[in-house]
Write a protein that binds this ligand. Structure first.
Ligand SMILES: CC(=O)N[C@H]1[C@@H](OP(=O)(O)OP(=O)(O)OC[C@H]2O[C@@H](n3ccc(=O)[nH]c3=O)[C@H](O)[C@@H]2O)O[C@H](CO)[C@@H](O)[C@@H]1O
Ligand SMILES: C=C(OP(=O)(O)O)C(=O)O
Length: 421
């Protein structure tokens, strides 16, 4: 199993480019199932989750071409099966995103129930409730969701919890339904907005994305389209924190500062000097120790849960005491135990972590438990004294393209090794 060996070596500095957003590319690739014509997606990040989605689409009978690096053309005309098997779904929760498109466009779907992962139970009851409200017949059997519908019917659906993939699944289902669907208390995440833009390019009629009410007027069919995936705000935020935690100066290009308002506010509170332009963000810590900042995760536009672990790592070396409250997932503090191995002082009480900043962390062998937990460990290792070994970094490859290349370009000493150490 691959490991990272990271030697903390002072301030990082330099310029790197953001990749396309994983959490936008995944639903957009699944949206290809809504049409018999090709969907050409550009700025697709090179990630494990993208490979898994590709395998999922291929085994359903879609064709997937790669006309250039970071581009995929998917055509679902030749689809032969509406099954998303356990072997693929268990490696990627986002596979649930084929459910809405398959029922809407093909009248049936058989999707393995996505399991819980290390960050919480993550049920899909709201996805199913919405599809049922649109007239789908749903059965759970043998670990699978079986959904059937002749043609879905528009409905008014009120989410009692804000759900990102739930909103995406039902938005995709609604574009081919008969009549109007209204999604209330919808997720406002930029990735939902990006999916809506892609659907519109394919001929869908919808409005309100980016607000809590999304209205969709169903159409009979969608057509070919080209869509560029928006930049990854979580990847961008992670590298900005790599600059901050090492007291360095890092510039991220091909990104969009308007996607990261809540994170940039926290970086400023931590004492970072920020410069932004239409497509870049630069963080400059001016060699100073960061200040501790309180975090309270919230659905967009609040502070993203997918940046909580990385921010906790920053707090571990900041001046002062901070309170980190996780309100989205009930078990998203696995990184705290590993950060403690590096000498961090963290006290967990329910969904709250109280972090007392230390001037320095010390290297130790540690283990990645999920995607963003891994990112926080990499950040902490960059700021620790000595050589840190991080095991199970396959989690990281799910969501960060060429992480060691990008960090090395900023001056980090990071190596991927594949042997027992
Ligand atoms: C592929 C993708 O885009 N993943 C993101 C997506 O995950 P995902 O879409 O799975 O997360 P949700 O927004 O659905 O989850 C939010 C909360 O709602 C709960 N819930 C969700 C659905 C449901 O049917 N019932 C229910 O109770 C979840 O358990 C969780 O407590 O949004 C999360 C929250 O921003 C991010 O951390 C993930 O990176
Ligand atoms: C939790 C994440 O992804 P997923 O929903 O695919 O598990 C993430 O991107 O941080």
């Amino acid at each position: 199993m691959d490991k990272f060996v990271i030697a903390g070596n002072g301030p990082l500095s330099g310029v790197i480019e953001a990749s396309g957003a994983k959490n936008a590319a995944l639903p957009i690739l699944c949206a290809s199932l809504l049409s018999d014509e090709p969907l050409h997606v550009t700025n697709v990040p090179k990630l494990w989750d993208i490979n898994t989605t590709r395998k999922l689409l291929l085994q359903m009978g879609c064709t997937v071409e790669e006309p250039a690096a970071h581009e995929l053309v998917v055509n679902a005309r030749s689809i032969t099966t509406c099954v998303a098997p356990y072997e693929l779904v268990r490696t990627m929760r986002a596979s649930i995103l084929v459910l809405g498109p398959l029922v809407a466009a093909r009248g049936e779907a058989h999707v393995s129930l996505p399991g819980g992962c290390a960050i919480g139970a993550r049920p899909v009851d709201l996805h199913l409730m919405g599809l049922e409200a649109m007239g789908a017949e749903i059965k759970l059997e043998g670990g699978f969701i079986h959904a059937k519908a002749k043609r879905l019917k528009g409905a008014r659906i009120v989410f009692d919890t804000v759900t990102v993939t739930g909103t995406e699944n039902l938005m995709m289902a609604a574009v081919l339904a008969e009549g109007e669907t209204v999604l209330e208390n919808a997720a406002r995440e930029p990735e939902v907005v990006d999916l809506a833009r892609c659907l519109r390019a394919m001929g869908a009629r919808l409005s309100g994305e980016g607000t809590t009410t999304i209205r969709v007027q169903g159409v009979d069919k969608l057509h070919a389209a080209t869509h560029r995936v928006l930049p990854d705000r979580i990847e961008t935020g992670t590298y900005l924190l790599a600059g901050a935690i090492t007291r360095g100066r890092v510039r991220i290009e091909k990104t969009d500062p308007s996607l990261l308002d809540a994170v940039l506010v926290k970086l400023q509170q931590a004492g970072a000097k920020l410069a932004t332009g239409v497509d870049f963000i630069e963080v400059d810590m001016q060699n100073k120790r960061p200040l501790a900042v309180n975090i309270h995760t919230m659905p967009h536009p609040g502070f993203p849960t997918d940046m909580q672990a990385q921010m906790m790592a920053l707090n571990c070396v900041s001046e002062g005491v901070s309170v980190v409250k996780e309100t989205i997932f009930e078990n998203r503090f696995m990184h705290a135990l590993e950060l403690q191995r590096l000498g961090a002082e963290i006290r967990i009480e329910g969904n709250t972590a109280v972090v007392t900043g230390k001037e320095r962390l010390q290297a130790a062998p540690i283990m990645a438990t999920d995607l963003r937990a891994s990112a926080s460990l990499v950040l902490a290792a960059l700021a620790a004294e000595g050589e840190t070994f991080i095991d199970r970094i396959y989690h990281m490859d799910r969501g960060y393209e060429n992480i060691e290349g990008k960090l090395a370009a900023l001056g980090a000493k990071i190596k991927r090794v594949n042997k027992l150490i």
